[in-house]
Design a protein around this ligand. Structure first.
Ligand code: ADP
Length: 360
């Protein structure tokens, strides 16, 4: 078992200044280190993790961050005034692991010390209730606002919580679903959060447009798989974000590769898709997440792998993605890049022709 003093001695040379180390907790063979951010979190976090991995008799370790999160400029009509950052997780098409990334990112951020909520805005196919093992119905204590459900310390809302049978969503009409989504933003008591993660439906949909109109300065994260078939759709998502002024802060390449029992790496779905999308979006590639059976198994069991097996290499992959995401969001805010909401033309276009109602 490593002592606290040994941990501090191993980390001290890595720290930009001694006060960057806020807390060290040793519990049996597990070590949790809390850092105060000094520059990019991922850079310091990975150095510290590397050093912790080398310590003898340490089985598991985690890095937490003292929350020091810059917030967005919240407009007067914004439905989420107490939420510092809104991150939309998007993909071009279904099945690329968008919801898996959204839930594991959420859990990574929570475990790293941030206040986080997750809104399942995938109104046509809500999967967050399954992936987080949450059933039950949200209640209202005051008859006006809705209390979010909570699991593993994270606030949650999903249209799945309101349906007797999740398949019933298909009979809902679009406006009803949009209305429900807006209500989830406005009427759910999210409270003060550092990050609210929104799991959006796949495609270039109108949901993102609705959100862009209502929320000040949301950011998008695009999830893709490495192969071209998936990426064609993803380019459209990136273009749509540009049109509605939602900056893409990063790209996650999921199912990037598979490592077999002999340790050999297989790039089952090709390579390079994530980087190509990142280049196109002029955003960083936040990470390449391998295919790992435990991701699906834990997802099916209702506990995201980051929560179920936090010290595993696959959990670390998500943790690194989450850290890079916080760095990317901070970098955008530091640049002072606050986006104006898009102007919407509701006339239906000249001569009543239907077109995407965006003026610039
Ligand atoms: P989407 O939200 O894009 O439709 P999901 O997150 O529902 O995709 O993922 C589709 C399926 O793929 C799920 O069964 C999920 O558990 C599995 N999956 C996603 N990412 C991975 C991964 N990195 N390794 C193994 N299985 C994964």
């Amino acid at each position: 078992m490593a002592t606290r003093e040994e941990v501090i001695a191993a980390l001290s040379p890595l720290l930009p200044d001694p006060s960057a180390l806020a807390e060290v907790v040793v519990l049996g063979r597990d070590v949790t280190v809390t850092l105060r951010p000094r520059g990019p979190r991922e850079e310091l976090g990975s150095k510290v993790r590397e050093a912790l991995a080398k310590l003898p008799d340490v089985a598991g370790f985690e890095v937490r961050w003292q929350a020091d999160v810059q917030g967005r400029n919240v407009g007067p009509e914004d439905p989420l005034p107490e939420v510092k950052n809104v991150v939309l997780v998007m993909s071009g098409k279904g099945g690329v692991g968008k919801s898996t990334c959204a839930t594991n990112l959420t859990m990574s951020l929570h475990r790293a010390g941030f206040r986080v909520g997750l809104l399942d805005a995938d109104i046509y196919g809500p999967s967050i209730p399954t992936m987080l093992g949450v059933t039950g119905r949200p209640v209202s204590l005051d008859g006006k606002s809705i209390e979010p459900l909570e699991r593993f310390g994270v606030k949650l809302m999903s249209i799945g919580f309101l349906l007797e049978d999740p398949k019933a969503a298909v009979v809902w009409r679009g406006p009803m679903l949009h209305g429900a989504l807006l209500q989830f933003l406005k009427d759910v008591r999210w409270g003060a959060l550092d990050y609210l993660i929104l799991d959006l439906p796949p495609g270039t949909g109108d949901v993102a447009l609705t959100l862009a109109q209502r929320i000040s300065s949301p950011y998008a994260v695009i999830v893709t798989t490495p192969q071209a078939v998936a990426t064609d759709d993803v380019y459209k998502s990136v273009s749509m974000c540009e049109k509605v002024n939602i900056p893409v802060v990063g790209v996650i390449e999921n199912m990037s590769y598979f490592i077999d029992t002999a340790g050999v790496k297989h790039e089952l779905f090709g390579r390079g898709g994530g980087q190509a999308i990142a280049d196109f979006a002029k955003a960083p590639l936040l990470g390449q997440v391998p295919i790992d059976q435990s991701v699906r198994e834990w997802g099916d069991k209702g506990t995201p792998v980051v929560q179920a097996s936090p010290f595993s290499p696959i959990a670390r992959a998500f943790v690194t993605v989450a850290e890079r995401l916080t760095d990317a969001v901070d970098a955008r805010r530091t640049e002072g890049e606050e986006e104006a909401p898009p102007e919407i033309d509701r006339s239906g276009g000249p001569g009543g022709r239907k077109r995407l109602p965006i003026m610039k």
